[in-house]
Design a protein around this ligand. Sequence first.
Ligand SMILES: [Zn+2]
Length: 132
Amino acid sequence: MALSSIDHDIDRWLAGFRLDAFVHRHAAIVLTHLPAAVREDLMGDPNFHLCDYEPGPGVVMYVPAAAPGRNRASRSVVLKRTLRHRPAAFVTWLIAHEFAHAHLRHAGRWPGEDPELAADGLAATWGFPKPR
Ligand SMILES: [Zn+2]
């Protein structure tokens, strides 16, 4: 399959979430680097939601979430638009880390593993190590 076809699918899928242009662009970069099975796990899930917001005084965030089915929680990733003030490597790591949580359903990769270490470990295997 041509990479441009994947890029097009990613772009079209992201457009449905109406993200800020900066967030959209960096989410697209991360999605392009995910293993196909992980990308399909997220993009193929109608209960997966992605949204962004501008943090500030008095901001009340509304997180859209599909009604979870029985034994099947919906997955949401919420990103702050203030990420635009951070270095690119931090932005892509943060987005990959959040996608990893969603993919792992906030669990570890194995029983007992800390979910934060799991998300960082998985993000690193996708090419987005935690910036030091
Ligand atoms: Zn985390």
